[in-house]
Design a protein around this ligand. Structure first.
Ligand code: ATP
Ligand code: MG
Length: 445
């Protein structure tokens, strides 16, 4: 009883006002803008007597004239009930249990209405919510979402939008507003600070001063967020198609310093700054053209100048070139691993791109013919092109490889130079007997 009472008093989700029900004449979102799979999911749930809406990023994006990436559905059916209605579905659970409904080639994420992060939620000592699995009603579900523009519920059946928090008006006025008290909401989940910056950059919104002001002082709370979640969020940010804008804003909000080594690297290296911004801009362009952008490539560019600096130091200490490069690569990735969980696969990708770089410089003999057969050749070359554009690698080298790639077999053979070594690349024999050139590149490569 007392708990319930407290919850009513303290909870932001205590009934305060009726939602606005916005008709299609005002918002103009026709059901055809929603993917058939999402529409089908909603109507099946409704046929079974449940409430169901398209919610979150998809509604927001359609209203803003952006094509949604994916569709989320919210319902009052429990995960088990949802699972029972859709044959091709499965319950998955990361932070909370949701159901993936497969329909055609699409996967629709269906989540059950949840009550927010109220006084009863389990929190860590900084106020971060550890579990928020309590089911709730539609109103509570709206209140636990982060920003007003992310709490719009679209019903494809009657084409209305249910809006508890003036999200529709905020979107029209290009304002990103937090639902509830921003400080409390950032304490519950510090990742919301990063989301604020990403959403504002992606949609061209101004962060409402009340939500913006606390970010600077609360940035440190991000240190308590598990590394895997931060990595996910960084990936979303960097592959959003608006990375340049996002990072500019992060810098403005003071979110870059000391937060993630990666951000420090990106923002504070004088050496590679041009390279990093060029690569972010090129990734943005790819994403906006709908082309694939690989996380491996992106992280390889962001960290390259760290590797270069470390590699250079090692060579000056007398380590031979290739082993020094490998040691530098490991060192740089290890530092990132303290805060970001760069998955093994991505790390392997990054290393492949880096290892190819010195090999582009070695054009003697038939090596170029072998290099071009490497599975990651194209990514390596794109990387080289960016290096050249930033002035760190010779443009002539990049042009030569582009021409070589575009040439037919006969032309390629004509482009090869005879196997002769410049004086400082004289062969020497390693004690083990393996033939290596002075750069330490094995002959067999
Ligand atoms: P996008 O998919 O373009 O990144 P999105 O808003 O759909 O944007 P998701 O991470 O897919 O982002 O989340 C879906 C919805 O879940 C959001 O629109 C928001 O309503 C809610 N949500 C997501 N993360 C949080 C959070 N940290 N705190 C509160 N609500 C959240
Ligand atoms: Mg989404």
């Amino acid at each position: 009883m007392i708990r319930k009472f407290l919850r009513r008093v303290f909870s932001k989700s205590a009934p305060s006002h009726a939602p606005a029900l916005i008709p299609v004449e005002r918002h103009h979102v026709r059901r055809e803008s929603i993917s058939p799979a999402a529409r089908n999911t909603v109507s099946r749930l409704q046929e079974h007597g449940h409430k169901a809406y398209v919610v979150g990023g998809a509604v927001r994006d359609v209203l803003a004239g952006i094509e949604p990436k994916d569709f989320d559905v919210a319902t009052d059916a429990t995960p088990e009930q949802v699972r029972g209605i859709f044959r091709r579905s499965r319950i998955i659970g990361r932070r909370f249990r949701i159901v993936h409904v497969m329909s055609g080639g699409e996967t629709i994420e269906v989540s059950t209405f949840r009550a927010g992060n109220d006084v009863e939620s389990e929190k860590d000592e900084h106020g971060r919510v550890l579990r928020d699995n309590v089911f709730g009603n539609l109103e509570e579900d709206a209140a636990r979402r982060d920003f007003t523009i992310n709490a719009l519920y679209y019903n494809p059946t009657d084409e209305t939008i249910t809006d508890y928090h003036h999200g529709f008006a905020d979107l029209k006025q290009k304002t990103l507003r937090m639902i509830g008290d921003p400080r409390r909401r950032y304490r519950e989940d510090p990742v919301r600070m990063l989301r604020a910056v990403r959403m504002a950059a992606k949609l061209g919104l101004a962060i409402d001063p009340a939500a913006r002001a606390p970010i600077r002082e609360m940035a440190d709370l991000l240190e308590n967020v598990p590394a895997a979640r931060l990595f996910d969020e960084m990936l979303k940010l960097l592959l959003s198609g608006h990375a340049v804008e996002c990072l500019r804003q992060l810098r403005e909000e003071g979110l870059h310093h000391g937060l993630l080594p990666l951000l420090d690297v990106i923002m504070e290296q004088p050496m590679g700054e041009r390279f990093v911004w060029l690569s972010l801009a090129s990734t943005d362009a790819r994403v906006r053209d709908g082309k694939p952008a690989s996380p491996g490539f992106l992280f390889a560019t962001l960290l390259w100048h760290e590797v270069l600096a470390d590699w250079e130091q090692r060579k000056q200490r007398g380590e031979s070139s290739m082993p020094a490069l490998h040691a530098a690569m490991d060192e740089v990735l290890d530092i990132q691993a303290e805060k970001l969980v760069i998955t093994r696969r991505i790390a392997a990708d990054i290393k492949e791109i880096w290892t190819l770089q010195p090999r582009f410089e070695n054009r003697a003999g038939r090596r170029p013919l072998r290099l071009i057969e490497q599975p990651r050749f194209k990514a390596g070359l794109d990387f080289l092109l960016l290096r050249a554009e930033s002035g760190e690698a010779p443009q002539e080298l990049a042009d030569w490889w582009l021409a070589f790639l575009g040439a037919d077999t006969g032309q390629r053979l004509a482009m090869l130079s005879p196997e002769k070594k410049p004086a400082r690349r004289r062969r020497r024999r390693k004690p083990g007997g393996e033939a290596v050139d002075a750069a330490g590149v094995k002959e067999t490569e």
